[in-house]
Write a protein that binds this ligand. Sequence first.
Ligand code: NDP
Length: 265
Amino acid sequence: MSKKFVIFGDPVVHSKSPQMQNAGFKHINFDAIYEKFHLVDGNSLKNEFIKNEFSGANITVPHKEKAFLQADVVKGIAQKIEAVNTYVLQNNQVIAYNTDAPGFLKAIQSFGKINKVLILGAGGTAKAISLALQEENVDVTVLNRSKSKLDFFKNHGIKSFSFDDFVNEKFDLVVNSTSAGLKDEELPAPKELLENVLKSSSFAFDCIYGRITPFLVLAKSFHNEIKDGEDMLLYQGVLAFEYFTNTKADNKLVEAMRKGLKGES
Ligand code: NDP
């Protein structure tokens, strides 16, 4: 019988994970099927996972924190992030990982050595990528429009500001991890503040994928090298795939999954 994998989310209809993961399974002849699961009540996540006999799952908005709480074992950096995006069933235990964090690090490798990063936003993605960067000894600052989410970062020794108390420095890389620009033409912070930051930075990364956001347009106008979130999505998926199938991804597999992600296979 084929193994069953799934992505849980609400909404989940637009997820590209099934086409990406199924392309990977096909590439290595792994007998499995990966589907979408629209889950409204995040508290029932583990129950659904067990009841439906899934071998593995990805978890997306807004269930990553609840998935963390329900896992039997949490591995690696996910213990600090307190949010997971991957479940794997092993010896009747739900093992959980966060592959967004290492997926982001892999995605920014193309920029070369980065020493100082400003992260815009303080949501789940900001938590994952700030801690991933901190583990690599990168100097990280978080900037968010509201103060209420900043305690998490302060508690982990990460400098964090809201717009009114922000102290500008020279950053190598500026990352948009807010949802500003996802479905609107908004910038993630006041334009003047961003202009002051981007005129001295070299690279700009947006976690949003599939579109050049107003943030990336502005960064480019200040001669920053820009990149959207496609590679981040790809690499978090590749790392999850490695856990699902217990295989090591080579370049051909990564490119097969990229084609799947883009709907080209
Ligand atoms: P969360 O809802 O957890 O956090 C959103 C953050 O964005 C909050 O800090 C919020 O600020 C801020 N924000 C929202 N709207 C605006 C706005 N108009 N102006 C300024 N700040 C704003 O979201 P996630 O962290 O889960 O996701 C963030 C983004 O990252 C999404 O666009 C998502 O698509 C993308 N993403 C991409 C991935 C990839 O693989 N490429 C993986 C995961 C996420 P406040 O605290 O004030 O509300």
